[in-house]
Design a binder for this molecule. Structure first.
Ligand SMILES: [Zn+2]
Length: 426
C-alpha cells in the first residue's frame, strides 16, 4: 500500500461515517452548555471517549491551582461544577509525534429566543447547514476531530504517537479550561484546535481584555435632575473615551506585520450595561462590562495601564466623576495575542493534509477573535494550529455550520493526524 492509497482509505472512512458524525454533532449541540452548565457536554464527551476505549481523565478544576499561571483570567461566577475531560490514546509502538486535539464545549448565551428561526438548542439540518448555538463555534469541530480519529481506525490504521483529546470549558470568557489541561501536565509536540476558521489557518490572533466599569451617580428625583448626576449618562461619557482609545490602538495596529492588512482589528465592545433602579430617579449606579482586543506582542499589564489612564482622564473631565472616579474590575479574559511561529514541521504536515483534501496551499488568517491556542504556544512552547469549517452567525442568532465544509475539514484533520502521529496497520 502506498501513502496515496492510505490517504484514500482514510478519506473514504470519513465519508462512510459522515451521517453518524452529523447525528453526534446534533446531540452535542442540543446541550445548552452556556457558562457554568457545561457538565452534560463533558459527560457526553467522556462517554464517547470511553466507548472508543480511550483512557479518560475527568476532573474538577480548582481555580487556586491556576490563578498564578500565565494567561489566567479572573473567575467571577460559580465554578463548583467546572470540569475538564481528556481522553488519551497510547500507541503500542512510538514512532511519530504526539498531538493534542482540543475543543471547547462552552457556548455563548443564545440571546432573545424570538430572534431565532428555530430554537438555538434544537439543532436542525436544512440546505446543507446545521443550525444551533455552538453548531459552528465549535461543537462541530470537536466532534469532527473525534470522527477524524475514528476514520483512521476504520481505515485499518492506528496512530504511532500519543494523542490527547481534550474537551475544555471557559474558552468564551477566560480560557482557564485550556489552562487546566496544561496545569494537569498534558503536553505534546503540537496542538490542533478545530475552531471554525473557514478553511484557513490562523497565523495570528488578537488577545482580549475584559473589564467592568462601576460608575456612580448622585440620585435625586428627576424633577430636580440638575442637582444630581446620572450614572448611566456618565457611563456613556466613559464609553466615548474608550472609543478614542480603540481608535488609537487601531492606528498602532497598522504597524503589525499580520494585522496591518486587516481593517479595524481592535474592537472595543461595551457588551453588558446595567444601571439605575427607577425611571423617575436619577440613577446612582451603572455597571458596564467591556471587551477590547490587543495585538500579539502587546503586554497585558501595559494595556491595562492604558485603559486605566483613559478612564481616569475621562473622569477628570466630568463634573461628578472628577470627585467620584469610577472603579475598574478585571472581569474575565486577560489574554495576550498569539502568532503561530516556530511551527514549520507541524505546518508542513498540515500542508500535506490540506493539499490532499482541498488542493493548493492553505490561506492564512489574521484573526480578530482569540482561541485557546495561545496557552500552548505562548507558555508551553507547543506549536498550536487552528483550522476548521465554515459557518456564520457565531455569537449571533441562526448560527450555523456548513456541512460540506465540515466534511472537508474533518478529512484534513484526519490526514493531518495520520501524517503527524504516523500510522501503522492494525
Ligand atoms: Zn470557539
Amino acid at each position: 500500500m502506498n501513502a496515496l492509497d492510505n490517504n484514500q482509505r482514510i478519506l473514504d472512512a470519513v465519508d462512510d461515517r459522515f451521517d453518524a458524525q452529523i447525528a453526534t454533532t446534533k446531540e452535542f449541540v442540543a446541550i445548552p452548555s452556556t457558562r457554568g452548565a457545561e457538565g452534560p457536554c463533558q459527560d457526553m464527551i467522556g462517554d464517547l471517549l470511553r466507548q472508543r476505549a480511550y483512557e479518560v481523565d475527568d476532573w474538577h478544576i480548582e481555580v487556586d491551582e491556576l490563578k498564578d499561571l500565565p494567561g489566567f483570567g479572573p473567575i467571577e461566577h460559580d465554578f463548583s461544577k467546572a470540569r475538564t475531560v481528556v481522553g488519551t490514546y497510547r500507541p503500542t509502538k512510538m514512532a511519530g509525534k504526539s498531538l493534542i486535539l482540543q475543543g471547547h464545549c462552552d457556548v455563548v448565551p443564545a440571546g432573545p429566543l424570538e430572534m431565532w428561526e428555530t430554537p438555538p438548542f434544537s439543532p436542525v439540518v436544512r440546505d446543507g447547514k446545521m443550525y444551533g448555538r455552538g453548531a459552528c463555534d465549535m461543537k462541530s469541530g470537536t466532534i469532527g476531530a473525534l470522527y477524524a480519529l475514528d476514520a483512521i481506525r476504520a481505515a485499518g490504521f492506528k496512530p504511532t504517537a500519543r494523542i490527547h483529546f481534550e474537551s475544555v470549558i471557559e474558552e468564551e470568557s477566560t480560557g482557564v479550561g485550556a489552562l487546566s489541561t496544561l496545569q494537569r501536565g498534558y503536553r505534546a509536540d503540537a496542538c490542533f484546535i478545530p475552531e471554525p476558521t473557514s478553511g484557513k489557518m490562523v497565523r495570528s490572533q488578537v488577545g482580549v481584555i475584559w473589564f467592568r466599569l462601576k460608575v456612580r451617580g448622585h440620585p435625586v428625583h428627576v424633577f430636580e435632575a440638575g442637582a444630581g448626576s446620572n450614572a448611566i449618562m456618565a457611563g456613556y461619557h466613559l464609553i466615548h473615551a474608550l472609543e478614542k482609545l480603540e481608535a488609537d490602538w487601531n492606528d498602532r495596529a497598522k504597524s503589525d506585520r499580520n494585522f496591518k492588512a486587516v481593517t479595524h482589528p481592535i474592537n472595543f465592545n461595551p457588551g453588558i450595561i446595567k444601571g439605575g433602579d427607577w425611571a423617575s430617579s436619577v440613577p446612582a449606579w451603572c455597571d458596564i462590562d467591556c471587551r477590547i482586543a490587543i495585538l500579539p506582542g502587546w503586554s497585558i499589564s501595559d494595556c491595562q495601564a492604558e485603559i486605566l489612564t483613559c478612564i481616569s482622564s475621562a473622569a477628570r473631565d466630568h463634573r461628578f466623576l472628577s470627585n467620584n472616579p469610577p472603579e475598574v474590575e478585571w472581569s474575565g479574559f486577560l489574554s495576550e495575542g498569539y502568532e503561530l511561529k516556530d511551527s514549520a514541521e507541524a505546518e508542513a504536515a498540515f500542508g500535506k493534509a490540506f493539499r490532499a483534501v482541498y488542493g493548493g496551499t492553505v490561506s492564512e488568517l489574521a484573526f480578530t477573535a482569540l482561541t485557546d491556542t495561545r496557552f500552548y504556544g505562548l507558555y508551553y512552547n507547543i506549536p498550536s494550529l487552528c483550522f476548521g469549517a465554515s459557518g456564520a452567525a457565531m455569537h449571533g442568532f441562526n448560527e450555523y455550520v456548513d456541512l460540506e465544509s465540515l466534511r472537508q475539514s474533518t478529512k484534513a484533520t484526519a490526514l493531518f493526524i495520520a501524517e503527524w502521529c504516523g500510522v501503522e496497520r492494525f
